[in-house]
Design a protein around this ligand. Structure first.
Ligand code: TA6
Length: 296
């Protein structure tokens, strides 16, 4: 167990694949499958713990998006805004990995006010388990209710993919396939519900799932693609996984101080999340969200 604040690099010795993880938010910064980098981190990302990392796989919990009902909890919650404790690492012939934990008792940032978490009503313990090799990276976020009161929640893996050749606006190179039967919620108000999803303006869309398992293909430039699958469970019962697709495009990119003005051409966010579960996590019970990324 380590309370390090240093970015950890884990190698898979047998294949040369590697990941980098920042204990701040237990944010995966890099996944290299031995041939190329799969994730995107902004050239202006802050890595000093002063704000969530702009890139990699930021962890969203217990809310997705802005707070509601008078709460002042920061957008996307507290999980990505605190230092997590490193637990196990491993490196075998088939895969390597690392795990981190965050106990709500140790959460010092991102709680806000005017909400049950700030009032001490709720308690939880979060665990992040990462396993990778040359074929895939699996990211599993587990949430255990360690308090006495049930709580509602949303959780999401805010994954940033790098688009090789700065080709995010090229529909033959950057696209998302597999969301055809999903229900579109367009947060920008400019979307035509056509597929595959491409970037020709700001994209900020939530696709709610008709099924439980999510399975999409993402064009990542250089005529290459990545497959991403995701599944969610609450108290050992499978729940639907939504998918968020985001690209800030020109104006939003220029207005983010931790994002290069032209870097909207280099990335796409495709984010699996448990967003529509209208139940609660009962005391002592566990929920989990698992994403697997397969460079094709
Ligand atoms: O990815 C979806 C989204 O909710 C967008 O609306 C945008 O706000 C993005 O997350 C980034 O949010 P952040 O709080 O990391 O700046």
């Amino acid at each position: 167990m380590s309370m390090t604040k240093d970015i950890q690099t884990i190698q898979h010795s047998a294949s040369g694949a590697s990941i980098q993880v920042h204990p701040f938010g237990a944010t995966v910064l890099s996944y290299n499958n031995g041939k190329k980098e799969i994730l995107f981190v902004s050239e202006s990302a802050l890595l000093d713990g002063s704000k969530p990392v702009r890139g990699g796989i930021p962890l969203v919990f217990p809310i997705f998006g802005p707070p509601s009902n008078g709460s002042t909890m920061p957008q996307h919650g507290f999980a990505r805004r605190n230092y997590w404790t490193q637990k196990q690492t491993f490196d075998t012939t088939t895969s390597a990995g690392i795990s981190f934990e965050l106990d709500f008792q140790d959460v010092s940032a991102g709680i806000g006010e005017q909400n049950p978490w700030a009032n001490g009503d709720f308690n939880c313990k979060l665990q992040l388990e990462l396993e990778f090799g040359p074929e895939q990276l699996t990211t599993k976020l587990s949430i255990r209710n360690t308090g006495s009161k049930a709580f509602p929640f949303q959780t999401l893996l805010h994954t940033y993919y790098t688009i090789q050749g700065k080709a995010a606006l090229d529909p033959s190179q950057c696209y998302v396939k597999g969301l055809e039967r999903y229900k579109l919620i367009d947060k920008v108000g400019n979307a035509i519900d056509k597929h595959p999803i491409i970037i020709e303006a700001e994209v900020d869309r939530v696709y709610d799932s008709p099924t439980k398992q999510l399975d999409v293909t993402i064009g990542v430039g250089n005529n290459e693609a990545v497959r991403m699958t995701a599944m969610g469970e609450v108290d050992e019962v499978s729940v639907p996984v939504s998918c968020v697709v985001w690209n800030p495009y020109v104006e939003k990119a220029a207005n983010m101080s931790d994002f290069g003005n032209d870097q909207y051409q280099e990335m796409i966010c495709v984010e699996p999340g448990i967003l529509t579960y209208d139940g609660v996590l009962e005391a002592t019970k566990q929920a989990s969200l698992t994403q697997t990324v397969f460079p094709l």
